[in-house]
Design a binder for this molecule. Structure first.
Ligand code: ZN
Ligand code: ZN
Length: 279
């Protein structure tokens, strides 16, 4: 299995590598800038070099980028849409320079304009990005969401539709967040629930698109459409789903990233819980 965590980049991007290896991660996820701000520091060649060197020294595997929280690539508001596209473009170009492949992003919110409008807006945003960003190797991973408010992405059909509406279907992957799909109404509490959920994913999107997992238990209830992460095995999903994913040979090469709470103190515990589930 390829197991890892979302880790901090405090003190410099290259520090994320050490934070990952300290936790014995095979893979990590990072933000390239403060996720609550539109603007990031422009990447300098020194930052890029330090990161690439640190990563190659330890031979760390996949480093996944997560888009900023402010992003809404489906927004009907032109200023927010422009800022979201600009920020995503900068992150794509930065990730390309760092030698990375994947940027996870949520599908955004239609803010009352309707789901069809939002999905089309999103597909247009990605087409714009693919045509304008200097980042030919970057694959956006559309993340399944819990579906709070007018957020898109709470059903597999939304993801299928965005990919279908884009002129560049081959450029997309998907990230499945266990907490989000559970809150959205895909049960994972028993082995047969897991089987059914992945069968639906395969029928609607295709498992070949699934490039990463976010492994989070859920503080939120099943079908609540509320996004609250919990420590592995301590939430409403429970341990069975994680045992299932970790031991399914279809996911043996897929990065599994935890985004559980209290990362400074609890990442070690959650990773050790997950390692213990591998049979
Ligand atoms: Zn997630
Ligand atoms: Zn979440």
């Amino acid at each position: 299995m390829i197991l890892g965590a979302h880790v901090s980049t405090a003190g410099g991007l290259h520090n994320a590598i050490k934070n990952g290896t300290d936790l014995e991660c095979d893979t990590i996820q990072i933000f390239l800038r403060n996720p609550h701000q539109w603007q990031g520091k422009p990447p300098t060649s020194e930052i890029v070099k330090k990161f690439i060197t640190a990563r190659s020294e330890v031979g760390l595997g996949e480093v996944i980028v997560h888009d900023i929280h402010l992003s809404n690539l489906a927004s009907p508001k032109i200023d927010v849409l422009k800022k979201s596209r600009q920020a995503f473009r900068e992150q794509m170009e930065f990730a390309q320079q760092l030698g990375l492949r994947y940027i996870v992003t949520h599908l955004g919110a239609h803010l009352g304009e309707g789901e069809t409008f939002g999905l089309q807006q999103l597909a247009d945003s990605f087409d714009f990005l693919f045509e304008n960003a200097d980042a030919p190797d970057i694959i956006p991973l559309l993340e399944t969401t819990a579906g709070q408010g007018t957020n898109l992405g709470y059903c597999f059909e939304h993801i299928r539709d965005v990919i279908g509406m884009s002129k560049y279907a081959e450029r997309f992957g998907v990230c499945l967040d266990t907490c989000h799909v559970f809150a959205a109404g895909y049960d994972m509490r028993t082995e047969s629930d897991c089987e059914a959920t992945f069968e639906q994913f395969d029928n609607i999107i295709g498992l070949n698109r699934l490039k990463a997992f976010h492994l989070n238990d859920a503080k939120s209830e099943y079908q609540s459409r509320v996004d609250r992460h919990e420590h592995i095995g301590e939430g409403n999903i429970g341990i069975t789903a994680f045992t299932y994913i970790l031991n399914d040979p279809r996911f043996a090469e897929t990065p599994l990233i935890i985004e559980t709470p209290e990362m400074k103190t609890m990442h070690e515990v959650n990773l050790s819980t997950l390692r213990g589930l591998k049979t």
